[in-house]
Design a binder for this molecule. Sequence first.
Ligand SMILES: NC(=O)C1=CN([C@@H]2O[C@H](COP(=O)(O)OP(=O)(O)OC[C@H]3O[C@@H](n4cnc5c(N)ncnc54)[C@H](OP(=O)(O)O)[C@@H]3O)[C@@H](O)[C@H]2O)C=CC1
Ligand SMILES: O=C(O)C(=O)[C@@H](O)[C@H](O)C(=O)CO
Length: 281
Amino acid sequence: MSVLDLTLNNGITIPQLGFGVFQIPPEETAKAVATALEVGYRHIDTAEMYGNEAEVGAAIRASGVPRNEIFVTSKLNNGFHQPDQARAAFQGTLEALDIGYVDLFLIHWPLPTLYGGDYVSTWETLVEFTADGRARSVGVSNFQPDHLDRLAAQTGTVPAVNQIEVHPYFGNEAARKASHDRNILVEAWSPIAQGGVLEDETIVGIAQKYDKTPAQVVLRWHLERGDIIFPKSTHEERMRENFALFDIELSPDDVEAISALDKGEEGRTGPNPDTFAYIPD
Ligand SMILES: NC(=O)C1=CN([C@@H]2O[C@H](COP(=O)(O)OP(=O)(O)OC[C@H]3O[C@@H](n4cnc5c(N)ncnc54)[C@H](OP(=O)(O)O)[C@@H]3O)[C@@H](O)[C@H]2O)C=CC1
Ligand SMILES: O=C(O)C(=O)[C@@H](O)[C@H](O)C(=O)CO
């Protein structure tokens, strides 16, 4: 068994398991991405907000792996929702990455309390980027069910993915369901809650049963629920651990036992998209 390719609602495929680079300092990013590609990852998730797009691109160009074998995602930073700003920001992402095109470009946060809540026009601007192939697919991140409803009601286009916080302590089921109902794949960010679920006794017990680590069991749980994941690590042994998920299959009871750890809103580790209004300097 190896990494599965899932098919987006536009027919394009995406590796279900990738590598995320949030909080990897720029000076460490090229080495981390090069190592991830050596391990076998073929899907990298970055963002203008992370400040390391240029280093991601440099590692990809230096890797010797053909460009069309690597799926690269980046995201529109929060300060750039007005259409002309979004166009300029997207061009900046393309120039920083310098790998020709992005496979997926997302609205990073909906910012419903800013810009008159006008993430709909932001979305329509992103759709423009697919016309000439500069973005092969476009999607959203941190969209709540009502945000998806507005896109559906006011535009004729559907995001390819919704990248949202999901892990055993925060199932985010309403946003997952709203995405699935619209044929939008879910990408689960902070899939191991930045390590916060790894000492849970249920997870540790299940890991012992399969002779796997808690991180592997949690990542496998995501895969079996059909979500896309890209755990981050700067340590090669953890990159290998997080990639070695294809020699086990959790029983439906174990999947259910991990899903039952959901604490609802109390389990959220990141900002709430309904109120998050951060704009970087
Ligand atoms: N769209 C959005 O708003 C967001 C998107 N994301 C995306 O999701 C990706 C993943 O989420 P992220 O927040 O990074 O969190 P993760 O859940 O991937 O956890 C990363 C943390 O866990 C540690 N870790 C990784 N593997 C293991 C392991 N096997 N055992 C023990 N500890 C481990 C890492 O440490 P170390 O590096 O020291 O190994 C790091 O501290 C991001 O990199 C980013 O691409 C994340 C947040 C928000
Ligand atoms: O990692 C991301 O993609 C994010 O959006 C986060 O950095 C988020 O903005 C956050 O954690 C702010 O505290």
